[in-house]
Design a protein around this ligand. Structure first.
Ligand SMILES: Nc1ncnc2c1ncn2[C@@H]1O[C@H](COP(=O)(O)OP(=O)(O)OP(=O)(O)O)[C@@H](O)[C@H]1O
Ligand SMILES: [Mg+2]
Length: 708
């Protein structure tokens, strides 16, 4: 449950809302219990002959005499009109008068100071009224008979007083009309009022719990998103991106549901059960203590189910991620799927993962469906314990029949909220699994934690040096780069050449530390780039990646992404330099044209020109062009190169290109082969000295003139 507890810590800023929610839950509980309590007067009106007024009289008389009293129709054994003593208390007057359970009071008389009878009654209703209402310390004579009917004593006692709340209760009941019909109407009106009040509280409680859960999860989602933006690039290459998307969406949804339950039902239902429990406790505490035995047994059963549910839930969420991955892959590559008639393959792949998802959901459904009836049945079985205790007490005259029936109603009213709670556990376990997956991301180490803050890197003024650089991807054992040593002066252009997979893009990614070298150092003006803040390092770098990345926004915003505060003139100038302006002005809405998701509405070459404009706008000291012009036609490339010439003069540029025209003009060519530098120098030098470079030239640049 730890991850869920961590989620709950996010509730702390909204603690007053939680308190308000709790108060509303208390309100619901109280109105629920009061609604049940109105059943008692209804039963007194219909089941027992004593009516509500007689009931109040009996309660007051019992409280004053510290005895349990019973009248004819309350006792299962009674055969007389007398009051039967069902329980004799330890305090006066029972011990003084030596009364014991089973004895009957056959006559009650109020005596004057001189011992004369003022009023008397031998009918239980009249006797009860006298015992309830006679003033404190008035002498009252009681005629006591044994169960056979023989008079055994006629003690006179000074009628004791009782608590204020008992008098309040008697006064409240006395205020009710004497007519049973009108009395019932009053009780029903009270019941309706309680229902309305309860509903208002229920609305508030649910609203608070739902909004609170949404707020907490939105904060978590924001934290998770922030963390994702700070994760190292390596994380994405190792884990993919759809799993993250799934965690950001599906897992947080599951968590919202669970949290709503936790802050809603889990607060509300026990409150209802507790409130009715207290009412039942007021009727008879012995039975309620018997009920407590049930709780730990149910707790053990719930624990048994929890672990399995959590595991099934976690696996289900993982399968969900897999499915999202397949969907996004298929949709992104829909042209390839169609062109290669790959629908059958995609269908099979999807069906497989869909089936796996179903299996996990079925497993979760199994535990959820099993847990609910198990807990319910167990509650019923164990609920028989207090019923049996109550029945025993009725038979031994300890409680009367209508109290027994009322207690049964109370047990039903306690059982109902507990029943509703039985599926809460599955929701909580699912949320727990989601919370675990969410915190896995939030706890993932960021690429540079900024503690202690690292110094800023000044703008490049001299050179960039690679010192014994090596690199191995986490997912592979083979080093991709080994012992790379070379230096590029400010203003120079370095071309990285080599066969596919020789490590060119990897080498370029090390400069802005998108990847961290596993060995060696990259020095910018003799400063190790691992010892400066990432933000300051990347500020000086303009990058055009091998796969052009555009966002679903306007052309203008895509260029301005590099420098959001740049003025319009600067954006247009960058666009002219990369020859993007040419085609942008032809677009229907010019710079305001939306490029579509990942720039699908533009051609490959157009996308690259925008990406180059973006890098130029950044005004970088170091420009990294990874096959930036691979899709741009030769004529335009030449124009762009010409335009960039001036721009590159004061900057240091690294280019990866397969066109000889781009490479041959470079000040330094780094020829890579299987991650090692096999040649270093100008085009002419390498042609003369490096066989590998010559081979490369012969195979790759055969169609182009050998020199520029
Ligand atoms: N995320 C990754 N995880 C594991 N290995 C990778 C990863 N990316 C690339 N590699 C491996 O690293 C090697 C170098 O890749 P890199 O992309 O640097 O090559 P390249 O020289 O840029 O090739 P190309 O000319 O095709 O762009 C390749 O053998 C590739 O298999
Ligand atoms: Mg590459």
């Amino acid at each position: 449950m730890k991850p869920l507890l961590r989620v709950l810590m996010g509730v702390w800023p909204y603690r007053w809302r939680v308190v308000l929610g709790l108060l509303c839950a208390l309100g619901v509980g109280l109105s629920y219990a009061s609604g049940i309590a109105t059943l008692l007067p209804v039963m007194k009106i219909f089941i027992s002959t004593q009516g509500v007024h007689g009931w109040a009289d009996q309660a007051a008389a019992e409280s004053r005499l510290h005895m349990g009293l019973m009248n004819l129709d309350q006792s299962v054994h009674a055969k007389t009109l007398a009051i039967i003593i069902s329980r004799a208390g330890q305090s006066a007057p029972a011990p003084l008068t030596k009364l014991s359970p089973g004895d009957r009071i056959t006559r009650v008389a109020v005596l004057s100071a001189h011992g004369a009878t003022k009023i008397s009654s031998h009918h239980w209703q009249g006797m009860m009224r006298i015992l309830a209402h006679v003033a404190d310390y008035t002498p009252v004579q009681m005629t006591i008979a044994s169960s056979s009917g023989a008079v055994i004593a006629s003690p006179t006692i000074k009628m004791p007083g009782t608590h204020w709340y008992m008098w309040t209760f008697v006064d409240a009941i006395s205020a009710l009309p004497q007519s049973r019909w009108w009395c019932l109407l009053w009780v029903i009106v009270l019941f309706i009022v309680l229902c309305v009040v309860g509903s208002a509280f229920r609305y508030m409680q649910q609203y608070i719990s739902m909004t609170l859960a949404a707020k907490v999860v939105i904060n978590l989602r924001r934290r998770m998103h922030n963390r994702i933006l700070q994760l190292p690039v390596q994380y994405f290459s190792a884990h993919g991106t759809t799993d993250l998307t799934s965690r950001l969406t599906q897992d947080t949804n599951t968590l919202t549901e669970g949290l709503t339950t936790l802050l809603g039902k889990t607060m509300l239902e026990p409150m209802k059960a507790l409130a009715v429990g207290i009412v039942a406790l007021l009727i008879d505490w012995r039975i309620c203590v018997g009920t407590m035995v049930i709780l730990p047994i149910i707790g053990v059963i719930i624990r048994k189910f929890s672990k399995r549910m959590r595991r099934a839930s976690r696996k289900g969420l993982e399968k969900w991620s897999d499915m999202m991955g397949i969907i996004s892959e298929t949709l992104l590559g829909i042209r390839i799927v169609k062109a290669h008639n790959g629908q059958g393959y995609e269908r099979r792949r999807f069906t497989k993962v869909n089936r796996h998802l179903y299996q996990q959901q079925a497993r979760l459904a199994h535990y959820t469906s099993l847990s609910r009836p198990t807990i319910e049945t167990l509650t019923i079985v164990l609920g028989c314990i207090p019923v049996l205790i109550a029945a025993k007490l009725v038979l031994s005259h300890s409680i009367n029949r209508d109290s027994f029936i009322f207690l049964l109603a109370c047990f039903a009213a306690i059982f109902e909220p507990l029943r509703k709670l039985s599926d809460v556990n599955s929701k909580l376990q699912q949320s727990n699994a989601s919370a675990t997956r969410i915190f896995e991301i939030i706890d993932e180490p960021v690429e540079q934690d900024g503690s202690p803050p690292l110094p800023s890197l000044p703008r490049l003024s001299k050179e960039i040096a690679f010192e014994n650089i090596s690199f191995t991807y986490e997912s592979s054992k083979q080093p991709v780069l080994q012992e790379i040593n070379f230096t590029v002066q400010k203003g120079q252009t370095a071309a990285i050449v080599g066969a596919n997979g020789s490590g060119k893009s990897t080498l370029l990614s090390l400069i802005p530390r998108l990847l961290t070298p596993t060995g060696g150092r990259i020095l910018i003006d003799s400063v190790d780039t691992s010892k400066v803040s990432l933000k300051s390092l990347r500020k000086h770098i303009g990058l055009v990646t091998q796969d052009t990345i555009l966002f679903a926004d306007t052309v203008y915003n895509n260029i301005a992404y590099a420098a959001p505060h740049a003025d319009r003139e600067a954006v247009l100038a960058a666009s002219r330099q990369s020859y993007a302006d040419e085609f942008i002005s032809q677009l229907p809405e010019g710079y305001n044209t939306m490029v579509g998701q990942s720039g699908v509405r533009l051609s490959g070459g157009q996308r690259q020109r925008i990406a180059i404009a973006r890098a130029i706008l950044r005004d970088p000291a170091i420009l990294l062009l990874d096959e930036a012009m691979s899709q741009i036609d030769a004529d335009s490339e030449q124009k762009i190169n010409l335009a960039l010439k001036e721009f590159m003069r004061s900057r240091t540029t690294f280019v990866i290109a397969h066109r000889l025209s781009t490479i041959a003009g470079a000040d330094l060519i780094v020829c890579l082969d299987y991650g090692r530098v096999i040649g270093l120098g100008t085009h002419q030098q390498l042609l003369a000295e490096c066989a590998g470079y010559r081979r490369l030239c012969e195979s790759q640049f055969a169609a182009e003139p050998a020199t520029v």
